[in-house]
Design a protein around this ligand. Structure first.
Ligand code: PLP
Length: 455
């Protein structure tokens, strides 16, 4: 038997519907509030920013939402993605655990992000939009939207967090190859950007700031809308294709995970793999342990507050109830750029508050230890973000060795690290410091949370 086992589905096995977790929640999600009035937002409030089809998905209660055929066709370029059994890693760890990973690095952008970029580009095109603005942290989302824009004939403008813009020139070149424009954020092209630069001329930027810039630009022009790569319900919805495929692949494997693990920045890859399994648990069909892994430097789920907050720094976005470190918190510039967000998806937050998810935080150096161990065994270099999930999976497998438990562990290998080799270079040079985040800054950001009359 070969060393690595892959469970491969055919093109016709790409799910026909996305899975909407909202249908199975014990209580409805807290409403999203208008930043000006404090009242629940209406679809019309969101219309300047998003196409109506996407807004209706954002508020849908239907369990299943059909995936349009052109979206399935575009996804078929790399989907279904493989589910792999990590036999060499199991052997290296000498563990009785069965370790599986769903590999999303097979997409053209190298991560799970195109799963929603393709869908969002399709709906924008269908509604006559010409141009989409967005933000990107590590560059993965910008790359995914640039790709989707070129598939569907849309102009894409990307505000890229400054620290990543400087660290990852190849990501910028990637986006430009697909015809997108890439701007370092904070920039002098928007009011939000200029306001930040005035106070902090050397700002590293943050996702919160870049979102403000992209939203501001989209709101200014009629032919332009905005797209978000994580956090919102519709983005999580589009990612559920990952977990649905995994369910079928576990049938092929004649196995079922005892634990599912994902890293969490805004929560979308985690939700993508976990929600279909959590849905089965909520419906009483099959139990599962669910672990969300975040960076110790930006620990929204483990150290944040579950409260209404803004999605961005300049407070242009609606208010959502979520675990947050405060919208003005700027995390230190560590390498898992995709995990540097102050908040967490409302649906992931709600599940965490309901004790359906066990969150944990790791420091970056120990995550790279795990990523390198995984790479040596399995031949895939994970993205720095994905290393957080790898670390949790390895920890669990080692615990299985100690206790003799034979668990099946599934984690989402949400992207490869081929554009992140500078991070690995720094790691090998011993230059990956675990810079602590400033607790007083979090306290200050949390003290500034908007006061909202709930009831
Ligand atoms: C964007 C990104 C993340 C973080 O975003 P989520 O919405 O939490 O998934 C994690 N890993 C990779 C590879 C990413 O590109």
């Amino acid at each position: 038997m070969s060393e690595s086992i892959k469970y491969l589905l055919q093109e016709q096995d790409i799910p026909t519907h996305w899975y909407n977790l909202v249908a199975d929640l014990p209580e409805p999600p807290a409403p999203v509030l208008h930043p000006g009035t404090g009242q629940p937002v209406t679809p019309d409030d969101l219309a300047p920013l998003f196409p109506m089809a996407v807004i209706m998905q954002e508020v849908s209660q239907d369990r299943e939402i059909e995936i349009p055929e052109p979206v399935r066709e575009a996804l078929a370029q790399w989907r279904p993605s493989p589910l792999c059994r990590a036999r060499r890693l199991e052997r290296a760890l000498d563990t009785p655990a069965r370790i599986y990973y769903k590999y999303e690095g097979v997409s053209p952008a190298g991560s799970h992000k195109p799963n929603t970029a393709i869908a969002q580009a399709f709906y924008n095109k269908q509604e006559g939009v010409k141009r989409i603005t967005t933000e990107t942290g590590a560059g993965q989302w910008g790359s995914a939207l640039a790709l989707a824009g070129s598939f569907f004939g849309l102009e894409i403008e990307v505000y890229m967090v400054k620290v990543s813009f400087d660290q990852k020139p190849y990501r910028r070149a990637f986006m430009e190859t697909f015809g997108a424009t890439c701007v370092a954020s904070p920039s002098d092209q928007t009011e939000s950007g200029r306001a930040i630069l005035k106070e902090h001329p050397n700002s590293n930027g943050s996702l919160g700031i870049a979102i403000s810039e992209a939203v501001e630009m989209a709101a200014k022009r009629d032919d332009t809308k905005y797209a978000l790569g994580s956090v919102l319900n519709h983005v999580l919805l589009h990612q559920t294709i990952i977990g649905q495929e995994a369910l079928r692949q576990f049938e092929m494997a004649d196995d079922y995970p005892d634990m599912v693990i994902g890293c969490t920045g805004g929560g979308s890859n985690f939700a993508g793999i976990a929600f279909p399994f959590i849905g089965r648990k909520l419906r009483g069909e099959q139990d599962i342990e669910v672990v969300a892994v975040e960076p110790a430097n930006c620990p929204s789920l483990t150290k944040g507050k579950y409260a209404y907050d803004f999605g961005d720094t300049a407070h242009l976005t609606p208010l959502a109830k979520m675990y947050t470190l405060g919208s003005t918190f700027v995390p230190p510039g560590f390498h898992a750029g995709g995990l540097r967000y102050h908040g967490m998806a409302p649906l992931v937050s709600q599940l965490t508050a309901l004790n359906q998810i066990a969150p944990r935080a790791y420091k970056q150096a120990e995550c790279f230890d795990a990523g390198v161990e995984f790479a040596k065994a399995e031949g895939i270099i994970p993205a720095p973000e994905a290393n957080h999930a790898v670390k949790a999976a390895i920890d669990e497998a080692v615990r299985c060795k100690e206790t003799g438990a034979s668990k099946a562990i599934l984690f989402n290998l949400c992207g490869h690290g081929h554009f992140d080799m500078q991070a690995y270079t720094d790691y090998f040079a011993g230059k990956l410091y675990d810079q602590e985040y400033d607790e007083s800054e979090v306290a200050m950001a949390l003290a500034g949370l908007p006061s909202v009359a709930t009831g």
